[in-house]
Design a protein around this ligand. Structure first.
Ligand code: GLA
Length: 722
């Protein structure tokens, strides 16, 4: 059992395979955090200390102030002056003070009402801690779900109003971790559209440091993933704590260093874009946040997170080979029609693609980005016999079919908006702002989601669509709903996401054989909340291979390759450029977006060969463990490899940037290689002892840009036999 309660110490201990997490119930009421780190049974005991300006209860002595000790969940206004995890009240003060009441340990986990959550397996256990706040009349349940196999613990909370007055939640941070140290660096990922997930590592300083989104989407601008690590931590050495949020809307990650140099981490919904009213008898359920710990460097944290995503987050189809798609966007933009796409399908099939994806432009009056969003029925000028007949013709070519949608959006120039202007988010008396000529539908309004369900049901009905690309191309401004009263407008951001997730759930159950790739202008919703629905995510609208090398390397810190959709685009008829773009794209799930109708036979032959080669090692990328060797922001090249769980196959990629010096030799140490094995590089036929790969494979840089090398090692023999 991964969770234990030690009665005489009033101590909870949670073990994963390599980590331990512990806290005690102290003074009959508070939860005192005592340990998170390497697996151990030696848990330190709580201490008390008298601290100036720290308030305490008259029934306890001055050494027992909540402002002093590390806690599991801290409450606004109740004596802990650090940033708090929960602010809630019935009287407008926001002050709350929950007292420990009881616990329950059980197999599995509880579902989160209308929210995505990590999947439990037979080894998953949960600790439920119940606390009560008599004044507000609320019961608080804190959950700790232990995914022991992947060294991840998740946290979520439920607030039940069991009192007689409505209460309002003003801040909700389901994950709180107090660490007894601050000699740490913070790693976070910032960016913008087409320039997502830039790696940032800075030493912690006293005060608050945070990343956040106020945009209604997790956003290109900060990813919800953050990590803390030793100042000298490397990929292979040092202590590292990783955190993430299973949610796709506005979020807040706070890291505070207090007066005594101790660090508090809070991951959750924050307060700026969140509040929630609870009437008597109602329950609020927070999204889930996760943490992992590695005592052996950043690489191990990454592999924990990857395994967690693969084993507990991604939907089952993601574990099967992903189709190699040809997407029409960069080839055609809005200029699509039946004849053209059938020609695309024929060529795509001949070239070896699995699927044709029809991107934007197929519906309503969608001839550019100024009209049509919301009108989810085929444009008969482009598809004269209708969508069903068109899809039948595409499938007759022996290829799968995918289609683009952007359900949450509406163009003011659309039938939908003309009929229901009140269905867009807006604030009475204020002009709703446009972005990419579009407004955002009020997904917090159940009537809007019901309408979309009905509309998509009628349009896609029983058409055998294999794939939906679900896009979101702007953020939420003037967030107000015409269906909620004034005192509940603060709920719209959260209710919006629940409406979106309801529509995702409907898609998943209505089209059980289709997969969903999610997208938000590329990586604007590259988060754990999307991943239970989407078998992969379009990583960035930027397909330039140099930029992609950076973006992909950073995305891999927190998310596995199985989620990362990578396309080859625009090689401009140049074979070397095609080769380079391909070798960059096989960092993740390969696809292409190029005009196959104007490609030379030579290029098409090369693409066929690339697809065939990729399929020979796709499983290593999709399911393998990831090892970073050279991070591209630090070096003039990027190097990494994937290893299958038994290390019988290793796929090594070396991507040179423009400033690489020709002839320079690099020693790439593949430490996951088996020392007892002989490997053959399937691509060249050369053999290597595993020991040699572990000590370092010598690779010459080729120089002058646009160069990349792949090595695909497979165990071909065992050493002691030769
Ligand atoms: C977004 C996506 C692109 C494409 C366009 C279509 O920008 O990221 O891949 O689908 O929308 O409008």
């Amino acid at each position: 059992m991964s969770i234990r309660f030690i009665k005489n110490k009033q101590r909870f201990i949670l073990h994963t395979k390599h980590t331990t997490y512990a806290f005690d119930v102290v003074f009959g009421r508070y939860l005192y955090h005592t340990y998170y780190g390497k697996r151990t049974n030696a848990i330190p005991d709580p201490i008390d200390r008298i601290v100036s300006f720290a308030p305490y209860l008259s029934t306890l002595d001055a050494g027992k102030s909540p402002d002093f000790f590390p806690q599991e969940c801290s409450f606004y206004g109740a004596g802990d002056f650090r940033p708090n995890a929960l602010r809630l009240s019935a009287d407008g003060t926001g002050v709350c003070d929950f007292v420990y009441h009881s616990y329950r340990i059980f197999k599995g986990r509880v579902a989160l009402d209308g929210l995505p959550a990590a999947r439990a397996d037979e080894h998953t256990h949960t600790l439920e801690i119940t606390l009560l706040d008599e004044v507000s009349g609320c019961r608080l349940k804190l959950y700790y779900t232990v995914f022991a196999d992947v060294d991840v613990i998740s946290r979520y909370m439920m607030v039940e109003n069991v009192g007689e007055r409505p209460v309002t939640i003003h801040k909700c941070m389901p994950l709180m971790l107090d660490l007894d140290r601050s000699d740490l660096d913070m790693i976070s990922l910032y960016g913008s559209h087409c320039c997502e997930v830039n790696f940032q590592r800075t030493p912690l300083h006293h005060g608050l440091q945070s990343v956040y989104s106020n945009r209604g989407a997790s956003s290109h601008h900060y990813n919800p993933f953050v990590a803390l690590c030793d100042h000298n931590a490397t990929d292979e050495r040092g202590e590292v704590y990783g955190f993430n949020f299973v949610y796709s809307g506005s979020f807040l990650d706070e890291v505070d260093v207090d007066q005594f140099g101790r660090t508090r981490v809070l991951i959750g919904l924050g307060s700026e874009c969140f509040s929630y009213s609870l009437n008597e008898g109602e329950v609020f359920c927070s999204p889930e946040a996760i943490m992992t710990y590695s005592s052996s460097g950043i690489g191990k944290m990454t592999r924990n997170l990857h395994r967690f995503v693969r084993n507990h987050i991604l939907p089952a189809p993601s574990l099967d080979p992903h189709p190699v798609v040809l997407n029409t966007w960069e080839a055609c933009f809005f200029d699509i029609n039946e004849d053209k796409l059938i020609r695309f399908a024929k060529e795509a099939k001949k070239t070896g693609f699995d699927m044709l994806v029809m991107d934007d432009g197929w519906f309503g009056a969608r001839n550019n980005d100024q009209a049509g969003l919301g009108d989810w029925y085929e444009n008969r000028n482009k598809f004269p016999d209708g969508l069903a007949s068109f899809v039948k013709k595409i499938k007759a070519e022996g290829i799968q079919f995918g289609i683009w949608v952007e359900p949450e959006m509406v163009n003011p120039d659309s039938e939908l908006y003309r009929a229901h202007p009140d269905w867009a988010l807006r604030v009475e008396g204020r002009e709703p702002l446009r972005s990419r000529h579009q407004l955002v539908l009020d997904m917090s309004n159940p009537a809007v989601v019901d309408y979309l369900i009905d509309r998509f049901d009628r349009t896609f009905g029983d058409i055998p669509i294999d794939y939906f690309k679900w896009d979101m191309n702007r953020h939420l401004s003037h967030v107000g709903s015409s269906v909620l009263p004034a005192d509940q407008q603060g709920e719209v951001f959260f209710r919006y996401m629940k409406g979106v997730y309801r529509l995702f759930d409907w898609f998943a159950s209505r089209f059980p054989n289709a997969v969903i790739e999610t997208c938000s202008g590329g990586g604007g919703r590259y988060d754990l909340g999307m991943m239970p629905y989407g078998f992969q995510i379009w990583t960035s609208d930027n397909t330039n291979p140099y930029a992609r090398t950076m973006i992909q390397a950073s995305a891999m810190l927190a998310y596995p390759a199985a989620t990362m959709s990578c396309h080859v685009s625009n090689p401009h008829g140049n074979l070397r450029s095609l080769d380079y773009r391909y070798k960059v794209a096989v960092g993740g799930m390969l696809g292409y977006e190029l005009n196959i109708l104007d490609m030379s036979d030579e290029i098409k032959r090369d693409i066929s060969a690339q697809i065939a080669q990729y399929k020979s090692f796709e499983h290593v990328i999709r399911l393998g463990d990831y090892y970073n060797l050279a991070f591209p922001t630090k070096y003039s090249y990027s190097a990494y490899y994937y290893a299958t769980a038994d290390a019988s196959e290793l796929l090594l990629t070396l991507i040179e940037k423009a400033d690489c010096q020709k002839g320079t030799t690099k020693l790439l140490k593949l430490k996951a290689a088996r020392a007892d094995a002989v490997y053959t590089d399937v691509l060249t036929g050369k053999t290597y002892r595993g020991e040699e790969l572990r000590h370092g494979l010598r690779v010459d840089l080729l120089g002058d840009g646009d160069r990349a090398q792949l090595f695909y090692f497979r165990v071909s023999d065992i050493c002691n036999k030769i």
